[in-house]
Design a protein around this ligand. Sequence first.
Ligand SMILES: [Zn+2]
Length: 112
Amino acid sequence: MTSEKITSQKGKKSVSEVIASFVACPRCSYFLSSYRLLHEDFDSAVKESAAGWLLLSWDGAVNLLVQKSFGCHIYMELDSFQGICRECQRPYSYQKIDPDTDKTSFRVKIVP
Ligand SMILES: [Zn+2]
């Protein structure tokens, strides 16, 4: 009893656990399944997730997907944008890192 450590509390979620969390919500489920068709970096985003946030790729297709999934259009002129899923209150955040190169970061919270 004493030798067993509980590591799941602080340990990162596995890819399947993260997927299960998104599947629980119809909007997030649609977002994630479509995102995985567009980009192949979801697994590595889960592995490199920090403080419960997934750092995902950002491009015009993902912007359109956010619009379709969450009903919210992110204007490229914006420096930052914070939104939440209306269904499960999962937050997502868009931020322009370098205005000169249009480098952006797009993050989605793993657990709403
Ligand atoms: Zn949701």
